[in-house]
Design a binder for this molecule. Structure first.
Ligand SMILES: [Zn+2]
Length: 315
């Protein structure tokens, strides 16, 4: 789509007589455009699901997904998958991930299959599966978190297994990746021993339903360790005057106010997202380039690296 827009842009320009005034305008806009962010990326929301490959067959074997990460400067990933075999396969590919310069941060997913999406919060066998998976660990080290999980009805945050898992996460210092609405953030936090003060929760999409920036601000202020992951976030970018995208003003203000609380992610929940991986990462690099360099680096890499204690990657 972007190529088409650029092509149309050139055609439109070609139709304009190139007077000195037009040249001056073009030079000014070139100078004014911020450079894209060019440093390391931490993909904080990545799935390696069964249909992508799962260690046997599929269109995106490990060499393929690692090549996509490497050519986009992705140096670390939060890896989770339905079922957990995909994450374990990535974790076991030590030589390949090392060669691509990608650190795998494994999470236990709560889904063995699609039916678990709607039932995990009350299914005791999911709790047992999580316990067994945590005990087993991965070739890339212990699991560091739980999720991504979904709550399509926020009241299910009070399901018996959801409550136990939130308590377990805090007790074991695991990070939780949750695709939920703003009401469920409050409910999940209330189910932790610290009532949310010590809960390390990544809010997938920072509210895919479009919780207002005022409400996001309120939750970030209330829960000191709450992080926001920005894939699919409605209202994050707005059209600019050159048929492209820029950060919307209220979101730019939030990112500047909370420079240590946001992260980017691919959310490769279907194979189409693997096919779009280059564009997704290029899209992040464009708006990150609008921010002061230290804040761009935090959101791109530093906040995820701090959360999981990773070192700065080799340049
Ligand atoms: Zn996801």
């Amino acid at each position: 789509m972007r190529r088409n827009l650029i092509y149309r842009g050139f055609r439109a320009l070609a139709a304009i007589a190139l007077t000195p005034a037009v040249f001056a305008f073009m030079a000014a806009t070139t100078v004014a455009r911020a450079a894209d962010y060019s440093g390391a990326l931490f993909d904080a929301h990545l799935h390696y699901n069964e249909e992508a490959w799962n260690g046997r067959s599929g269109p995106h074997p490990i060499a393929d997904v690692l090549a996509r990460m490497q050519r986009n400067g992705v140096k670390a990933i939060v890896a989770n998958s339905r079922p957990n075999e995909g994450t374990r396969a990535l974790a076991e590919a030590r030589e390949e991930t090392g060669g691509a310069g990608v650190t795998v941060v494994p999470f236990v997913r709560l889904y063995r299959n699609r039916a678990d999406y709607d039932n995990w919060f009350r299914d005791e066998s999911i709790y047992q599966m999580v316990q067994a998976e945590l005990a087993r660990g991965t070739a890339a080290g212990p699991y560091r978190g739980l999720g991504e999980f979904h709550l399509y009805d926020s009241a299910n945050a009070n399901g018996p297994v959801a409550k136990k898992l939130m308590a377990l996460a805090e007790e074991k210092n695991l990070v939780v990746l949750a695709h939920v609405d703003d009401l469920a953030i409050d409910l999940l936090m209330a189910n932790t021993p610290s009532k949310g003060r010590k809960a390390r929760l990544i809010w997938a999409h920072t509210g895919i339903g479009g919780a207002s920036p005022v409400r996001v601000n309120e939750l970030l202020a209330k829960y000191p360790l709450l992080m926001g992951e920005l894939s699919y976030r409605p209202g994050l970018t707005c059209p600019n005057d050159k048929a492209g995208e820029k950060l919307c003003p209220d979101w730019r203000a939030l990112l500047l106010k909370y420079p240590t609380r946001f992260m980017i992610g691919s959310d490769t929940w279907v194979n189409q997202r693997w096919q779009q991986y280059d564009e997704l990462m290029q899209g992040y690099r464009r708006w990150l380039g609008e921010l002061p360099p230290d804040i761009a680096h935090n959101i791109a890499w530093g906040n995820g690296a701090s959360l999981f204690g990773l070192k700065q990657p080799e340049p």
